[in-house]
Design a protein around this ligand. Structure first.
Ligand code: G4P
Length: 193
């Protein structure tokens, strides 16, 4: 997606050869116009899949997921990473260990929000090694629903997540795929799409 790649080139920073900082438009401050374009792009990719729910993980997935849900006119569900005192009924849970962040958390869904006949579209901001995404997929499947598509804003093509998810047979669309980064020169190279 041209607008997203241009924004990354203008405001993103390669912190190292692995980590891309996008705090000014995705992870801290959010660019609502760009989010709307991202939502419309995902709706274009998955609009013919009979999607009934858009699902993401808190926190940075929420903005693109919400804009996609508006565009598809379906509800959006946020899977929780923090234990909640009020969320205790009929829960589906799986432990996710993030390779990138070196942390673990219990991904949680209240079963009532995803049902057996749901066609789910998963949306997230980043795909690195895909630990979060695999946890998300397993919870959706445990709920008995089907994963009809996965939309990622920024995939780091030099990490394993995209290959693993595509090899599992899922329809994965990434709006920008970063092939390589260089912190010293600030270069970010995109995969030709
Ligand atoms: P992993 O398997 O390597 O752990 O990767 P995964 O795709 O599950 O991503 C783990 C977390 O790290 C995610 O955030 C993801 O957005 C973030 N992340 C991975 N690579 C980058 C990167 O290059 N830049 C930025 N800015 N973030 C990256 P999260 O734990 O879901 O947190 P949140 O930001 O959504 O709250």
């Amino acid at each position: 997606m041209k607008e997203l790649e241009e924004k990354i080139l203008k405001e993103g920073h390669a912190l190292s050869e692995n980590i891309l900082k996008v705090d000014s438009f995705i992870n801290h401050q959010v660019d609502p116009v760009l989010m709307q374009q991202i939502g419309d792009a995902f709706a274009g990719h998955f609009g013919n899949k009979g999607i009934t729910k858009v699902v993401t993980i808190e926190s940075s997935g929420i903005a693109p997921a919400l804009m996609t849900a508006i565009s598809l006119n379906v509800p959006m569900i946020i899977l929780k990473k923090q234990p909640s005192k009020v969320l205790n009924d009929n829960l589906l849970q799986t432990v996710v260990t993030s390779f990138t962040k070196g942390t673990s958390y219990e991904l949680t869904l209240s079963h009532q929000f995803i049902e057996e006949n749901d066609n789910v579209l998963i949306i997230d901001d980043f795909l690195a090694n895909g630990c979060a995404l695999q946890g998300l997929i397993s919870i959706v499947l445990e709920a008995g629903a089907s994963v009809e598509g996965i939309g990622i804003a920024i995939e780091k093509g030099f990490q394993s997540g995209g290959r693993i998810i595509r090899n599992l047979g899922y329809h994965l669309e990434s709006l920008a795929i970063v092939d390589s980064m260089d912190a010293s020169s600030g270069t970010v190279v995109f995969h030709e799409q």
